[in-house]
Design a protein around this ligand. Structure first.
Ligand code: FE2
Ligand code: FE2
Length: 307
C-alpha cells in the first residue's frame, strides 16, 4: 500500500515471502531495488503518470524472487478515497505472470522470424523477376549451402543464417543492366567489371538490415577465394568467413550444373570435379569434402522443385 506521497508503507506476507526481504527493506522506495533494471524507468514513468491522475494502473515488470530469479509480475494499482472523496493513497495487488509472459515472448519471436523470412522471400523474388535466366539460382544455392552446413554439423540457427544468405547473396545484381545478365556471348572487360560489382552492391543493400547473422558480410565475400584471387577485396584464407566459403562452393556447383544464357548446364559431375580441382587452393577443403560426400555418398540431389 502506498500513501499520498506515492511511497509504500505496507507490504503483505505474500510479497515479503516472494522477495525474501523484510518490511523495513521494502518500505518507501526500497522495493524498487528488486525490479529488473531495464524495467525500472518505464514502470516509474507509468506509475507517476497514473498516480498524478489518481487513475488505476496495470504494470508489468520483472521482480527478483528470493531465489534470485527475476519473475514477470502484473502489478495492479487502485487509488483509495475516503467517504468524502479525499485521496488516501494506492492499494496494489500483484500476480506472478511469468509463464504466460515467457510463452508470449516465444510466440512474438516466432512471429518476427516468420515475417523476416517472408521479407527475404519477397526480396529474392523481386531480384529473380529482373533476371529470369538465373531464376531459382539463389534458392538452389541456399539449398546446397544448407545441406553442406548440416553435413559440417552447424546448429539449426546457423543453418537458417546460411539459408538467408544463400537466398540473398546475388541481390546486388539488380544493379546490373538486364542486357548484360542475359547476354548469350562472352562479356567484355567492362561488362565483367560491372557484374563483379554485384558483391559490393549486395553488401550495400543488406548491411542496414539487423539480421541475427552476418548476411551482408557473407554476400560481400561469396566470390572471394582462399588464395586471394577472388573479388571484390581479394581476401585470403581465414579472412573469409566460413559461411562465405560454404556459399562459394554451393554457388560454383549450382552455376556450373545449371543452364546459363551463354551455355548449357555442364552437369553435376563437371561441377564437382571443378571444386575438387580447387580444393584447398581456392575452395575450403572441409567444405569441398562435405559437398563431395553429399553428392557422391549420400545421394544428394539439387532439389528439382526449385528449378
Ligand atoms: Fe554472385
Ligand atoms: Fe550466385
Amino acid at each position: 500500500m502506498a500513501g499520498t506521497d506515492g511511497l509504500c508503507y505496507w507490504f503483505n506476507r505474500g510479497w515479503l515471502e516472494f522477495t525474501g526481504r523484510t518490511m523495513e527493506q521494502e518500505l518507501g522506495n526500497g522495493w524498487t531495488e528488486g525490479v529488473y533494471p531495464q524495467d525500472f524507468q518505464p514502470c516509474v514513468d507509468k506509475y507517476l503518470k497514473h498516480f498524478e491522475a489518481r487513475e488505476e494502473f496495470l504494470l508489468e515488470y520483472r521482480l527478483r524472487r528470493s531465489d534470485g530469479q527475476y519473475r514477470w509480475i502484473l502489478d495492479s494499482g487502485t487509488p483509495v478515497f475516503d467517504l468524502e472523496g479525499q485521496f488516501l493513497g494506492y492499494n496494489g495487488v500483484c500476480f506472478d505472470i511469468h509463464e504466460r509472459k515467457e510463452s508470449e515472448n516465444v510466440h512474438n519471436e516466432g512471429l518476427q522470424f516468420s515475417l523476416m523470412m517472408h521479407t527475404v522471400t519477397v526480396a529474392m523474388n523481386l531480384s529473380e523477376m529482373r533476371d529470369p535466366y538465373t531464376a531459382g539460382h539463389e534458392r538452389r544455392v541456399a539449398e546446397i549451402a544448407v545441406a553442406i552446413s548440416a553435413e559440417l554439423g552447424f546448429d539449426v540457427s546457423r543453418q537458417q543464417g546460411i539459408r538467408v544468405a544463400g537466398n540473398l547473396h546475388d541481390i546486388g545484381k539488380i544493379n546490373i543492366p538486364a542486357e548484360i545478365l542475359s547476354k548469350p556471348s562472352k562479356l567484355t572487360d567492362i561488362e565483367y567489371s560491372l557484374v563483379k560489382f554485384h558483391a559490393q552492391a549486395s553488401y550495400d543493400v543488406l548491411q542496414h538490415v539487423a539480421f541475427p547473422w552476418p548476411i551482408a558480410e557473407v554476400a560481400f565475400q561469396h566470390h572471394e577465394r582462399l588464395d586471394g584471387t577472388g573479388y571484390p577485396r581479394g581476401l585470403k584464407g581465414e579472412e573469409i568467413i566460413m559461411e562465405a566459403r560454404i556459399l562459394a562452393v554451393a554457388d560454383t556447383v549450382e552455376a556450373m550444373s545449371s543452364h546459363r544464357p551463354y551455355r548449357a548446364g555442364l552437369g553435376i559431375e563437371k561441377a564437382l570435379a571443378e571444386i575438387e580441382r580447387g580444393q584447398d587452393i581456392i575452395y575450403d577443403g572441409t567444405v569441398v569434402d562435405a559437398c563431395l560426400k553429399l553428392f557422391r555418398q549420400n545421394g544428394y540431389n539439387i532439389p528439382l522443385s526449385y528449378s
